[in-house]
Ligand binder design. Sequence first.
Ligand code: ISE
Length: 324
Amino acid sequence: EDLRIAVIGAGRMGSDHIERIHHRMERARIAAIVDIDETRARAAVEGIDGARVYTDFTEAIASGEVDAVLISTPGFLHEDVLLPTITQGLPILCEKPLTPDSASAWRVVQAESAIGRKLIQVGFMRRFDAGYQRIQQAVASGEHGELLALDCEHINPGVPAGYTGSNLIDDTVVHEFDGVRFLTGEEIASVQVRTGKNSCHVTTEGLQDPAQILMDTGSGVRVSVNTHVTAQYGYAVTTRASFEKIHLNEGVDQVYPGFEERFVDAYDTEVQDWIDGCLRGEVAGPDAWDGYAGAACCEAGLRAVAEPGTTVAVELEQKPELYR
Ligand code: ISE
């Protein structure tokens, strides 16, 4: 039996996932598309036999016709969908960020811990990118000595409608917060932000572009992230990992129109892995704790943006048993 998936939110990312599941994924099909904008949901369902349209996600998850839920609404709406879906006991792939702030992410972690099994995978797709995995494996094996530093670039051609100044941290840099946690296997201890000249292409109130975000991990790996999200020319994500004996460069000289193209293979692997996990009854990959830790880093990052130059410590609750 194919996994019957409900996609909640048929915007840019939701449409991309619908297309992916319908055309490229195995052992799964789209059973429901939910969007408060019915016209958008109807447009997304076109050509997909047997899929139903809903404007209220609670009806979709209670329909008995859905085995798993993919959440691709904007981040600030995730909690409202996550909590009832956890109660319903359905496995979830939740697009990043889990939620934008750590208090709401902590509520999600507690709700999942309370039922005592993992239902949520967070859509940190970079963990499935081949270049990221090469660096992660080199860190884990120790073959090139210790990892000393990570220097990252995160370039977007422009920002989507509705992007806010704080989205630079909680929508864009959240990928590096999770990426650094994944690559190093450590929590991030502190965050600092440097800003300078602002681009003439910035029309978003409160957006600093370009910016530089600095972090330290628990063991002292030094991290820098150069962001430029109104860079006009394309989408680029690079990582340089400085080991004691070698430097590994990933993503260099690769410019794409957008993240869908840059990370197409990572997304495909991520979603197929999630589908296969759902069918086996075990959700793996980045979990709700990773989502919560990312949100806690974002909170430190936002405080660091407000006070450029200051070093802000990341504060985490104690990790619940389920995630150890
Ligand atoms: C967007 O939501 C993403 O997830 C992209 O990967 C990131 O580059 C972009 O800045 C975000 O807005």
